[in-house]
Design a protein around this ligand. Sequence first.
Ligand code: PPS
Length: 333
Amino acid sequence: MEDKEADDSVHMEQVTGPHTAILCNQINGYKEFLHVGPERVFLPSFYANWHSKYGRFPVYQDDVWIVTYPKSGTTWIQEMVWCLMKDPKSPEASHELMKRFPFFEYDSLIPPDSVIPGVSRDDPMQPGMTWRILQELEVPRVIKSHLPKELLPKQFWDVRPKVVYVSRDPRDVCVSFYYHYVKLQGYSGTFDQFVHLFLHDTISYSPIWRHILNFWKMRHEDHILFIRYEDMKQDMSAIVRQVAGFLGQVVDEEQVAWITQHCSFPEMSNNPAVNNETFVSAPTDAAKGLKFMRKGEMGDWRNHLTEAQQKVFKTWTLNNLDGSDFPYYQDYD
Ligand code: PPS
């Protein structure tokens, strides 16, 4: 693919070079990636087919968007927000999250002419289905996206829908993303190689720090709520109350307790509506037995990162946080 100027003049450039070569050699399926826009967001090349449509997507003020870098607790906060915005005791609550709470840019991550095996033709996993679901969503709409600030629909910043942004310790994100890549993309490289790719922004939606910091800077705007995976782990009930207040939903303590329990890791792991067991795993031995609801813990990086890797992470973190007042994720032994 040649360098390409999309109709709204965001620059897209095919990514080449040694890091991408490592990635391409170690995953099944699609192997062309783009740097999109001045922040050089790393995305599969199919994104180019959707960029303009996404930019023009109409945004409503009563929308609720969950925006995260992947593996930061998106599914967890989605289910919580859905329970607050809709009726968690209704039959719809048992429908898969992909239908109730669509993943905005999902279609742009998969080959447009593919057919996902093992699921029906109208399943949201099939190419193009999510776009259809988005058009038919009942208001108030709830939508998930991993897109960074600058790639969200253009109307976003005038209409100012409610946004709940969740960040997670990048070290834990890296570990979780590694297993995600093994399970869903058949990644067959080493963990060390994966850390290298992560730190060199050669993983979808990277760079992570700009993703987080751009929302951190906007955290005082009244339509944005910035929360952390770690805060949800430490006191989920408090976060349920905080998110309810932000969304203007009145909840009593019984509801808070019910949602907290319903969204606990054991309950979500056993709930087919949210545990993403229907995601099609890569046909590799390594992918077998890996679950989307993997561990759900803080600090699993301590079980994975060697001292040498921690050192590199630390330098990378300090470089990225230079000049920022972001206070988290800087603890190293
Ligand atoms: S995705 O694919 O980007 O949408 O993934 P995402 O949902 O953001 O992140 C998946 C990780 O979140 C963990 N998770 C939870 N942790 C604690 N409690 C609950 N209820 C919960 N639900 C999901 C999930 O296990 C993934 O993290 P890891 O560390 O891999 O276990």
